[in-house]
Design a protein. Sequence first.
Length: 159
Amino acid sequence: MAPDFTVKGSNGKPLTLSQYRGKLVLLEFGYTSCVDVCPVSLAMLAQARKQLGAQADQLQVIYVTVDPERDTEERMRNYLRAFDPTFIGATGTPQQMAKVRQDYGITATKKPIEGSKDYIVGHSSYLYFVDSAGKLRALLPYGRTADDVVHDVKLLLKN
């Protein structure tokens, strides 16, 4: 079973992974201040959802922050809306989010930006597929295409 968690959702409600049983869930880990990997991955997921057509209703993308200090519910909602209005962000206390990262094997390290009080977060980037029964079924590394995601989603929706 995929490790369950309860955190804050970008929709202003508590978000529990298990509340999405019956749907295929794609978990993506990242943060809203990311300028490289995260926007590319979210754009790819939005494209995959479009390619799925009517089947997209059976899919829920959850974007789990690795930067809970900056990623508030509102900030995540506004950020994700630019990619796809159905995407939901997951945030919480630093301790809650550290537990979720640990459960999924995600590393995240703050790296100060020289000459600034700001920072970036170096983090591992995988896409986790959780089936409608709550089982972790697949893992894709960063850099896969929307076609790859659509292929895997269609296979998992058949089972």
